[in-house]
Design a protein around this ligand. Structure first.
Ligand code: GCU
Length: 612
């Protein structure tokens, strides 16, 4: 019922008792369980200190002192240290505090029980148009979140399909009951709302400057916070991929967001406004539009115009959760706006929780370029579902774990976070799980799906498996424009100008193909197949090599996995998925190599098999 496969709490299997009402109660229960398992860590008392920040804690002798939720985060930190064999004396001294006050998970769960881009089964909490769940599994979710320091859950998809509008109306009692299960874990709720919700309710308009619309939202906010006083706020996808928004009324996104922000402000609520706005009806013949430019073009002119309780949530890269993207220049450019970065734990473009893909290095790469101080909050689309293991692939749990680590401390190391996850979740597996599977996994997947920054060669719609022309003549603005002689898009000032959205140092690095990171080369440049890579290979040879290597590395990972002493049924499940990954990697290798071979006519230098 409360399965913890793949997650580090597996070593502390008991759910805290249901009568725990506060994070401090939960913390005491967790410490009791820990003491039974690791006696050296027994006898630690808890002291909630209202003078401390809500989420921070400090271990002082045998007392764990902390803010209201901090004591729980401290308890989990103690448990992690204990379960990794450390001694209490080695526990870090001083006050520990998270980098961001709001550390969010966004569920893309629909109320019919489906999950948009969900690869772990149906929704854990919705079915048949209403909440439907096992309370203990929701408490388990709260526990997972708290154990990695996450504190806000958005329950419904950013694409608000009927009847989700009822969540802030007649379904409020259900929402409140759901939230009550998460409160002892310090988790607050958020819902996605539809900007045109007043129209669904019979109003003639959703114009943010209309007083009737403003009053409608104020009434809704009053009702929500009356039912759930610690409710976090509303998440909004507006004017994006056919969702309604302020543009319909000739209003700006600041006008739209601020209208909602003023409705929730009296309750201390937040509006999280997504910046995923671009033209999804582009004509592929029109080279004047470059999709990665869109967010910056839309939002930079609005910098400073948003109310204080608006958080602008921007995807980590300028496209859409690709295997490799540069950081979003919007997050580097806006100075006077509260910003959140959005990652996607659900493996939409990154292997559907079939192929191994550890996101830890995505977080590391991001924070190497974006100073954490620029951000107010951090968000990620969940990878959780009703699947028995909660994550589809039990190892996909590592992505939630590592996300939490970076949300708490953006200085975290990708490798260390994966090592901790592996050590805690599968102590029986030794070092190979982290060293030979998880740490290399992104590089392997990247080799066969997205070498040199070439994204989007995926099957349209489901986004798994190769289709090099799938989006090429389509309206989504995601082109590589491979021809007989060259591939890639010139995004320098001579090209689409996208690179000019970066601060000068990054622009300079990206704009010169000699200094541009190789893994972004064809994102920023259009180059001939004969282009010489740093190691002397031609670019086309590098493309062939990466695809041959990627598929071979997947086979090597399968061989490692077969030897790992993992518990059942995780071992069988991981092996079954790994076989599918190897098939997928071969398919990518052959389709992409054939595609470029047919176009370029260049032979593989090593005479390997490329199909005609
Ligand atoms: C991607 C994804 C959609 C999702 C969208 C979003 O485009 O494919 O399913 O709705 O991102 O982030 O809003």
């Amino acid at each position: 019922m409360t399965n913890l496969r793949g997650f580090w709490l597996r070593s502390l299997p008991e759910l805290p008792p249901a009568h725990c009402a506060t994070p401090a109660d939960t913390a005491r229960a967790e410490l009791r369980q820990l003491a039974a398992r690791c006696p050296a860590w027994g006898g630690i008392g808890i002291s909630v200190d209202p003078a401390m920040d809500r989420d921070s804690y400090a271990l002082e002798g045998k007392i764990l002192r902390g803010g209201e939720a901090g004591v729980l985060y401290g308890a989990y930190a103690l448990a992690e240290a204990a379960l990794q064999g450390k001694a209490p004396a080695d526990f870090p001294g001083g006050v520990q505090a998270p980098a961001f006050p709001d550390r969010m998970l966004n569920g893309w769960d629909n109320m019919d029980g489906t999950v948009e881009r969900g690869y772990a089964g149906r929704s854990l909490w919705f079915e048949g148009g209403r909440f439907a769940y096992e309370p203990d599994r929701i408490r388990q979710l709260g526990r997972l979140m708290a154990s990695v320091g996450l504190n806000v859950l958005c329950v419904n998809n950013v694409n608000v399909h009927e009847p989700a509008e009822g969540l802030i109306d007649e379904l409020l009692p259900e929402l409140a009951a759901f939230g009550a299960l998460l409160r002892p874990f310090g988790v607050r709720l958020m819902t996605s709302v539809d900007f045109a919700q007043p129209i669904r309710d019979g109003m003639a308009t959703a114009d943010p400057l209309d007083e009737g619309v403003q009053a409608w939202w104020a009434r809704r906010a009053d009702a929500v916070w009356a039912a759930i006083p610690d409710f976090f706020g509303f998440l909004v996808k507006a004017d994006s991929e056919h969702r309604p928004g302020p543009f319909t009324y000739g209003r700006s996104h600041a006008e739209g967001a601020n209208m909602l922000a003023r409705a929730v402000a009296p309750h201390g609520g937040k509006v999280v406004w997504r910046a995923f706005v671009y033209n999804c009806m582009q004509d592929w013949r029109d080279h004047s539009i470059d999709r990665p430019c869109a967010a910056y073009d839309t939002y930079m002119p609005l910098d400073g115009a948003f109310d204080d309780n608006v958080i602008l949530q921007v995807k980590n890269g300028p496209y859409d959760f690709q295997v490799r993207e540069p950081v979003s220049p919007t997050l580097l450019g806006m100075e006077r706006t509260a910003l959140a970065v959005e990652f996607q734990l659900a493996q939409e473009y990154t292997g559907h929780q079939i192929d191994l893909y550890a996101l830890a290095s995505v977080f590391r790469d991001f924070f190497d370029d974006v100073p954490a101080q620029r951000l107010r909050a951090i968000a990620a689309v969940t990878n959780i579902g009703r699947d028995e293991s909660l994550f589809g692939h039990p190892f996909a749990a590592a992505n939630l774990y590592c996300y939490g680590k970076f949300a708490w401390n953006p200085g975290e190391s990708a490798e260390e976070s994966l090592r901790s996850w592996a050590r805690l979740s599968y102590p029986e597996a030794g070092e190979d799980l982290a060293e030979k599977l998880m740490i290399p996994s992104r590089g392997v997947y990247e080799r066969y799906t997205a070498t040199l920054g070439l994204g989007w060669m995926v099957t349209p719609g489901d986004h798994y498996g190769p289709n090099p022309s799938g989006y090429e003549y389509d309206r989504w603005g995601t082109y590589h424009r491979a021809s007989r002689d060259a591939v890639g898009i010139d995004r320098t000032r001579e090209g689409t100008g996208y690179a000019a959205q970066y601060p000068p140092e990054l622009e300079a690095r990206y704009s010169d193909p000699e200094t541009c990171p190789e893994n972004l080369l064809l994102f920023f440049h259009r180059l001939p197949y004969s282009w010489r890579m740093a190691d002397g290979r031609s670019m086309i040879q590098r493309i062939y090599d990466d695809h041959f290597d990627g598929a071979a590395m997947a086979e090597q990972m399968a061989a490692v996995l077969r030897e790992l002493p993992l518990p059942s049924p995780d071992r069988e499940e991981a092996l079954r998925r790994m076989e599918a990954q190897c098939r997928n990697a071969r398919e990518w290798r052959d389709v992409i190599n054939t595609f470029f071979h047919r176009l370029s006519g260049v032979e593989d230098a090593h005479g390997r098999m490329i199909y005609d």
